[in-house]
Design a protein around this ligand. Structure first.
Ligand code: HEC
Length: 116
């Protein structure tokens, strides 16, 4: 009885881990530029934006951010120009990154965000 309980509990925990498990760059099929962009995303964006969910954290989830015509929250066009502006200047509770990220960093970041 106890063994069965432990077994089913470990199954539940395994299943929960599986959902949360972070995919490797290779599993996601990222190229070198996208991998560089993912590092930047993880350092600067991840704490407020879920990359693989539309669920909100401090900011909206960015899954599929470039797959739609308009950004979910602001309703701005979902293109490189507008998103670059948001990253550089910030928006309401989001800080701007023009002092932190180089033009190359921003391009790498966008390349990764196009894979979301
Ligand atoms: C401190 C939390 C925070 C951080 C860090 C942050 N953001 Fe944001 N972001 C927000 C919030 C809050 C909004 C919503 C702004 C608004 O009111 O329109 C937002 C909006 C956005 C939007 C527009 C979403 C929409 O649907 O309109 C994009 C794109 C975005 N952020 C990308 C990024 C990227 C890329 C980074 C990393 C360089 C980043 N954010 C870092 C909080 C953050």
């Amino acid at each position: 009885m106890f063994a069965a309980l432990v077994w089913s509990l470990s199954l539940v925990m395994f299943a929960a881990c599986d959902v949360q498990r972070r995919k490797s760059d290779a599993e996601l099929g990222l190229n070198p530029q996208q991998i560089a962009g993912r590092k930047i995303y993880d350092s600067y964006c991840d704490r407020c934006h879920e990359p693989y969910s539309t669920r909100g954290k401090k900011g909206p989830g960015l899954q599929g951010v470039f797959k739609h015509q308009y950004l979910s929250l602001s309703g701005l066009p979902a293109n490189d120009e507008r998103v670059t502006d948001i990253i550089r200047v910030g928006r309401n509770a989001m800080p701007g990154y023009s002092q932190t990220l180089s033009q190359q960093d921003t391009q790498d970041l966008l390349a990764y965000m196009h894979t979301l």
